[in-house]
Ligand binder design. Structure first.
Ligand code: UD1
Length: 364
């Protein structure tokens, strides 16, 4: 079986790594196409190195553009690549523009399409990622859902017959990395994070960074936390703050660069808590037993809210009180399954390879 994966943004490499291993372990061919959506070494190359992902066969080099231009650029770049490799399956991961473009290209050219991390919904259609999730799921032939909640969401949209509950692929990546990091924490923890206690923060969603008032309120809320806040700045945040002359170092707030995957896991394990607007980090925090505060009104990972391990804080003014809450007692729940999700995905793909109806690939 030949599987072609389309990926291009930081969180997708984390999801692709265990699928790549499972495919190669079982003797299948895996063609990795990097869209180039993320090109900064810390957002891209470091993930390939940390997670031992083979170099992509193709890099489309799309770079940063508007959502439409980025998505269209990837679709155009993918068309000849798909026809060159004629894969049995095209795999897309998560909810980024790279995933949407991969889904559109496969669908337009009539290649069987599977979506890893299908069925997530935060029910806020203003978010690009939520619109992407819905579009990708409806275009896909096979939907790999990480949780029972995701399966229910797919059922509500009439997609249950194409869905399989396989668990979350990130569990395996995180488990392997956690072991490596725990064995030698000093090797992975950056020097700027060695003074404890601290809160770790990431802020990169367009909803936060592209609204000047909200960005100013968020940064000032971070600055007024009782513990030092170590903010890892995505390039988009750094750009916007610079353009608006908003300080990234004030009060409790200190800023440094984004971290490579292993260092990020070491940083979360060392932190007193995480403050974020990311989706994947909410989930990783729960798996690591790190208290999380999410600067959003809704989450596509509602499982993380159980027991108060994650709390949604839509209003930045409520942040300081939320991060001061006591840590929940006992161990966190583990709703994301075992380390076998990638193996189950590969088995399902192999079982259905060449059984899928393929559209006629005309040129017009
Ligand atoms: C994308 C995903 C988001 C995911 C995030 C992970 C979409 C719609 N969003 O957001 O779901 O959580 O990746 O990081 O696909 N930039 C750089 N260097 C890079 C990449 C981006 O400087 O390597 C800057 C550019 O100014 C760019 C901005 O970041 O305009 C936004 O990048 P983009 O790829 O559009 O989306 P992300 O915010 O990274």
């Amino acid at each position: 079986m030949r599987v072609l994966s389309v990926a291009g943004a930081r969180p997708q490499f984390v999801k692709l790594a265990p699928v790549d291993q499972a495919l190669r372990h079982q003797g299948h061919e895996h063609v990795i196409v990097h869209t180039g959506q993320h090109y900064d070494p810390l957002l891209s190359q470091s993930f390939f190195e940390d997670l031992a992902i083979p170099a992509p066969a193709v890099n489309l080099g799309v770079g940063s553009r508007s959502h439409a231009a980025q998505t269209a650029g990837i679709v155009l770049g993918l068309e000849p690549v798909l026809d060159e490799y004629t894969p049995d399956w095209v795999l897309v991961y998560g909810d980024t523009n790279s995933a949407l473009a991969g889904a559109l290209a496969a669908s337009l050219r009539g290649y069987p399409l599977a979506h890893v991390e299908a069925g997530l919904r935060c029910f806020d259609r203003r978010m690009a990622e939520e619109r992407n999730r819905v579009l990708i799921d409806h275009a896909s032939d096979l939907l790999f859902a990480p949780t029972a909640t995701a399966v229910r969401n797919l059922q509500r949209e009439g997609l249950r017959p194409r869905a399989a509950l396989v668990g979350d692929v990130m569990v395996a990546t995180l488990a392997a990395t956690r072991e490596r990091v725990a064995a030698a924490p000093d090797r992975y923890l950056p020097a700027v994070l060695r003074t404890r206690p601290f809160l770790l923060a990431t802020v990169h969603r367009a909803e936060t960074t592209d609204d000047p008032r909200r960005l100013a309120a968020t940064l000032s809320a971070l600055a007024s936390c009782a513990l030092p806040v170590k903010l890892l700045a995505h390039p988009r945040l750094a750009d916007r703050a610079r353009a608006l002359s908003l300080p990234l170092a004030a009060g409790a707030l200190e800023t440094s660069e984004p971290l490579a995957y292993q260092s990020m896991i070491a940083a979360m394990l060392a932190a007193r808590g995480l403050i974020t607007d990311s989706g994947g980090l909410q989930k990783e925090a729960l798996m690591l037993g790190v208290v999380c505060t999410t600067l959003r009104a809704r989450t596509e990972w509602p499982e993380t809210l159980h027991g108060g391990w994650n709390v949604l804080v839509p209003e930045p003014r409520d942040l300081a009180a939320a991060v001061a809450r006591p840590r929940p007692a006992g161990d966190p729940p583990q709703p994301f399954g075992d380390t076998g999700a990638a193996r189950r995905i590969v088995a399902a793909l192999a079982g259905r390879a060449r059984a899928e109806p393929t559209a006629v690939r005309g040129s017009a």
